[in-house]
Design a protein around this ligand. Structure first.
Ligand code: BGC
Ligand code: ZN
Length: 367
């Protein structure tokens, strides 16, 4: 069967390759699930893997099959599988456990080991192929009624984890009543984080450079949050108007913006960094000023990566509630489809060149 792969270490090496057809029996203890791939989303991680900024092939292979945002239908299951059955729509978690205690209790997203195993990213082949097999432990059911949001399940899991982690660490406050949230960046993670925060009852300001109206500003308004163009309203002015943020999620994709966000957090607040920045950008930061404000304000910086099964499940619940509260809004994130694995060049071209794309994804197989 066909698959889209890169040769790690070689820039712009994306190509079509062949993989053997997998079987549920490839997984021990009859827990295998064979999934026919319907759609796969791509993001900046895939772009940077193709630029050879990171990503490693599985041991023994020279290539890495891309794709970590999966959506498919179950074809066949091993005898011990209980959670899904043929015909179910599913997605799959991305990371697989290493050896640390956190890996062993299902929180592989929190591994304490330097090496991490991620399908389509590091050391394990991804989902940009016709079929894949995995243990039912990593397969998450997607409700019928959400199938139109298909490849958003994985990005949503990362947004859900970022917010969940913020609330988790803020237990240090005994009572934490966050009122104002800033989401920096209105790409897919920023928009999905906007939803998660709205559903938790916060007053959400989603910031991006472009002036409204844009597709992102429409989605933010559709989620009953407030879109702020930083070209019109500098963050300082927003803070004067509505107060500094109790919680900030940075999803700009820019490390400089991630540091800049430190200036806008209120006392006892938490800033969550989610951007994966594979480059080597440097910037000047007012360190004395930030340092004193952070110490005097008991502020907290939290990095958040990946997601485990629990975050996929809570993310899916939030998508379901979001769909009921703001019907038709979330699917506007799914901007740029490409048909068929043969069109991998077009997939990568859109990912690199189409600056207004919120989500580039491939229609791999027909439902
Ligand atoms: C993926 C995450 C992954 C991270 C780091 C992101 O693009 O969505 O699942 O953990 O990259 O590799
Ligand atoms: Zn990703």
């Amino acid at each position: 069967m066909k698959a889209i792969a890169v040769t790690p270490g070689k820039p712009n090496s994306v190509h079509l390759t062949e993989l053997p057809m997998p079987s549920p029996n490839d997984v021990p203890r009859d827990k295998g699930v064979l999934v026919r791939v319907l759609k796969v989303g791509v993001d900046a991680t895939d772009r940077e893997i193709n630029e050879s900024l990171y990503g490693n092939a599985p041991p023994g292979d020279h290539f890495l099959v891309l794709g970590h945002e999966s959506f498919g239908v179950v074809e066949e299951v091993g005898r011990a599988v209980r959670n899904v059955k043929p015909g179910d729509f599913v997605t799959a978690t991305v990371r697989r456990p290493g050896g640390s205690i956190y890996d062993q209790i299902g929180t592989y997203d929190m591994t304490s080991e330097e090496t991490y195993y991620e399908r389509g990213i590091n050391l394990i082949h991804g989902f940009l192929t016709e079929y894949f097999v995995d243990s039912e432990d990593y397969i998450v059911r997607v409700p019928q009624g959400l199938k139109h949001l298909h490849v958003l399940m994985e990005p949503m899991s990362c947004a859900a984890k970022a917010v969940q982690q913020a609330f988790e660490v803020q237990r240090r406050m005994k009572v934490w009543r966050p009122r104002v949230a800033y989401v920096m960046g209105a790409g897919q993670i920023g928009l999905l984080a906007t939803l998660v925060l709205k559903l938790r009852g916060l007053e959400v300001y989603t910031l991006a450079r472009s002036r409204a109206p844009t597709r992102s500003s429409e989605i933010v308004a559709g989620l009953e949050a407030t879109y702020v163009s930083t070209s019109e309203t500098p963050v300082e002015e927003l803070a004067r108007r509505v107060g500094k943020a109790d919680l900030i999620v940075d999803a700009t994709g820019s490390s400089e913006m991630a540091f800049t966000a430190m200036k806008h957090l209120g006392h006892n607040g938490v800033l969550v960094w989610t951007s994966i920045t594979g480059g080597s950008h440097t910037a000047h930061v007012p360190t004395d000023k930030i340092n004193i404000e952070w110490v005097l304000g008991n502020k907290l910086l939290l990095g958040s990566v990946n997601a485990n099964r629990e975050h996929f499940e809570s993310g899916i619940k939030d998508l379901a509630l979001g769909e009921v509260m703001y019907p038709g809004v979330l699917q506007k994130i799914l901007t740029n489809p490409v048909d068929g694995l043969d069109n991998y060049q077009e997939l990568m071209r859109l990912l690199v060149e189409e600056k207004s794309a919120l989500k580039v994804y491939m229609n791999v197989g027909a439902e």
